[in-house]
Design a protein around this ligand. Sequence first.
Ligand code: FAD
Length: 107
Amino acid sequence: PPDVEQLGRSSWTLLHSIAATYPEKPSPQQQTDTRQFLQLFGKMYPCWVCADDFREYMAKGNEPKVSNRAEFARWMCEAHNAVNVKLGKEKFDCNRWDERWRTGWKD
Ligand code: FAD
């Protein structure tokens, strides 16, 4: 089975990177695709307890917010924080999300 910690770090990198490059004005199709991606991600994520909790999180009042990049980024940050809290880790300050995942990139 995969290393749950390493898988988690790589997966959050992917998820936050997707949010960082999400359009400021997504089309209806892009919004639908993103919702579907997250649902499927929640079914296929190869840590089954993690996946079950993630699907439950989304189902219980935390539907993905995909209407624009800022909302999606905030949603992703809060979803990650929910896992941080569950695991007894420190919460991340979502006001620093851009700096960590978007504008901080130098390439
Ligand atoms: P990570 O939590 O992997 O974070 C990586 C980096 O992201 C951090 O160093 C920090 O710079 C940044 N960061 C931290 N918090 C935020 C935030 N809120 N927003 C933006 N950036 C942030 N593990 C389990 O043991 N049980 C679970 O049920 C579980 N569920 C998971 C569900 C999902 C959907 C995912 C993707 C992962 C899950 N994991 C779970 C893995 C877990 O979240 C961590 O990835 C893993 O424990 C490694 O943690 P870490 O301390 O290295 O940093």
